[in-house]
Design a binder for this molecule. Structure first.
Ligand SMILES: *Cc1c(COP(=O)(O)O)cnc(C)c1O
Length: 188
């Protein structure tokens, strides 16, 4: 798995993108102590709902971070502004709020998984804030169009291999209930 990729590629830098890690995934972070070719990157854009703030970070051994800084200070024009610095710090300080919101999303997601399975959907297990689901009988495009008429917006990509899948964002409990209710009246 992740460790194999890192250990088989010692002459390359391996970057693990953990954009969704706070929703219950297993982080590769501890591997940075063992491998000097690993960078783990995370963001405030998803679990902290702060996409506009442009806060992201990389974790790795000091030498790798030094190289990253060498490049960054010459080419990266996306430095953090003062609101991002202040609000970013506050977001980290309010850990209770963060855990509460992430916990709500995870429990809504688990409820949605159960309901969607019951309605005949299948999906790779999700540890993120969306579920990528396909239905055994109803084409994804048809469900997508139907949901739109109910003002429920999920994502549909007319691309090879994923054109029978819906990408459903977890959202609030009420939104999840509205989705499941709408699907229940359509799927029978
Ligand atoms: C959102 C996201 C990111 C990070 O986005 P930024 O807003 O640029 O921090 C990285 N990888 C994936 C897969 C994402 O979905």
């Amino acid at each position: 798995m992740i460790e194999e990729i890192v250990s088989y590629n010692k002459d390359r830098v391996v970057m693990i993108d953990e954009a969704y890690i706070d929703f219950g995934g297993q982080s590769a972070l501890e591997l940075i102590n063992k491998y000097d070719n690993l960078l783990v990157i995370q963001t405030f854009s998803k679990s902290r709902a702060m996409a506009g703030m442009r806060i992201g970070y990389a974790m790795g051994q000091p030498k790798l971070i030094r190289y990253l800084n060498d490049v960054k200070f010459s080419v990266n024009s996306y430095t953090m502004n003062r609101p991002s610095l202040i609000l970013g710090v506050e977001a980290v300080r309010d850990d209770d709020y963060f855990r509460k919101i992430v916990g709500m999303i995870m429990s809504t997601r688990e409820w949605m998984k159960k309901e969607l399975s019951g309605l005949g959907f299948s999906f790779p297990d999700s540890r993120s804030n969306f579920i990528f689901a396909t239905h055994e009988k109803y084409p994804a495009k048809e469900l997508f169009e139907y949901l739109k008429t109910k003002k429920i917006y999920v994502r549909y990509f007319a691309q090879p291999r994923i054109d029978n899948y819906l990408r459903i964002t977890v959202g609030t409990d009420d939104e999840a209930k509205a989705l499941i209710e709408a699907l229940r009246t359509y799927i029978r």
